[in-house]
Write a protein that binds this ligand. Structure first.
Ligand SMILES: NC(=O)c1ccc[n+]([C@@H]2O[C@H](COP(=O)([O-])OP(=O)(O)OC[C@H]3O[C@@H](n4cnc5c(N)ncnc54)[C@H](OP(=O)(O)O)[C@@H]3O)[C@@H](O)[C@H]2O)c1
Length: 320
């Protein structure tokens, strides 16, 4: 397993062996088959989220096989294929987890796709289907379009007939975002403002899906990149916690949402219902061929180094 000691760069990540024992009441033991890398892991590693807990096992999402079941657990037996999101302790070859946090994998969904779609697929569905239903003919701007959530939002919106403008941080990421279905791809916010003006004839986009945070929303509003009455879904904070000018939002009738995944999966039923929707979208081809890169779990620190250098595209998995 990979545990975190201290806060900072990837050097705070340490590989170690621990005996995790048998599952207690309400818990199951999993053999992990695929672990989802999540930008949350970076924020936690840097100490920007959830405080310092020496020895905390990193990671919050993955998929695996049930190998033992604790007392009082119903609905899961040894050999079941399951997934989970938002449960600390994923960077491990085996782990214990509350049964209520698990969902069964459909037969046609492999472990890699399941681990790719847990948080990222769930967030894309939450943002572009459940909270805001992207419509055919709309124009959509996706910042962090090369990221895990962003690449899936881009695919989902394009699948539903929207004209998607992507934004990335560097030139080499333009091509893969185009391949995800974006009609054009801007490099940086200034370029995005100009591209939106050009492609919408100055009207602005209907909706922005923003994973960057910080002052992104304010800058887009100042550049009139969102049409009056349009929507900003601020789902991430890769560049810092989102700030938004409430007065500008109110004045032009914008809607601003900053959804947090845990608020929409509070119960086991909610979680399982949401993941059924995500897998149905996948089955219908809404995400296309999901852009996956696989890394051995023992190389997790190297993956974090690549993420810090911002050279990673799409969804990264760690394989035990
Ligand atoms: N609200 C929720 O419940 C929820 C759920 C999932 C994810 N999130 C958040 O959503 C954001 C994106 O998640 P993800 O899984 O898609 O992450 P990801 O795959 O790591 O992508 C993040 C993107 O952000 C950009 N980026 C990275 N570091 C940056 C920096 N220092 N400054 C500016 N941009 C940077 C990179 O794109 P470029 O290099 O192209 O700019 C990268 O492609 C993260 O903040 C994550 O924590 C929130």
């Amino acid at each position: 397993m990979i545990a975190q000691y201290g806060q900072g760069g990837p050097e705070v990540m340490q590989a170690e062996e621990r005996d995790i024992g048998a599952p207690a009441a309400g818990m199951v033991k999993l053999r992990q088959e695929a672990i989802g890398f999540n930008y949350f892991d970076v924020l936690q590693r840097k100490g920007l989220i959830s405080g310092s807990v020496p020895g905390r096992v990193m990671g919050i999402e993955g998929a695996g096989t049930v190998t033992a079941v604790g007392p009082g657990v119903g609905g899961f037996t040894v050999g079941d294929r399951v997934g989970y999101l938002r449960s600390q302790g994923a960077y491990a070859d085996e782990r214990l987890i509350e049964a209520d946090l698990l969902f069964h994998l459909p037969e046609d969904v492999g472990f890699d796709i399941a681990a790719a779609l847990t948080v990222k697929g769930f967030m894309a569905w939450l943002c572009a289907r459940r909270l805001y239903e992207v419509q055919h003919g709309q124009t959509v701007l996706v910042t962090t379009a090369a990221g895990g959530v962003g690449s899936l939002v881009t695919r989902l919106a394009a699948h539903h007939g929207a004209r998607v403008i992507g934004m990335v941080g560097s030139e080499p990421k333009r091509r893969p975002v185009r391949d995800s279905g974006a009609v054009d791809v801007a490099v940086g916010l200034d370029d995005a403002g100009g591209m939106v003006a050009r492609l919408t004839g100055g009207t602005g986009v209907d909706v922005v899906f923003d994973g960057l945070g910080a002052d992104t929303a304010e800058r887009l509003l100042a550049a009139d990149a969102v049409r009056p009455g349009g929507t900003i879904v601020s789902f991430g904070a890769a560049a810092g916690w989102p700030t938004a000018d409430r007065e500008a939002i109110a004045r032009r009738g914008y809607s601003f949402m900053a959804p947090q995944a845990p608020d929409y999966i509070a119960s086991a039923n909610e979680l399982r219902g949401a993941m059924a929707e995500v897998f149905a979208l996948h089955r219908n081809g809404a995400f296309g061929a999901i852009p996956l890169t696989r890394h051995p779990l023992r190389d997790a620190a190297e993956l974090h180094r690549q993420v810090d250098r911002r050279v990673v595209f799409g969804i990264s998995l760690l394989l035990p």
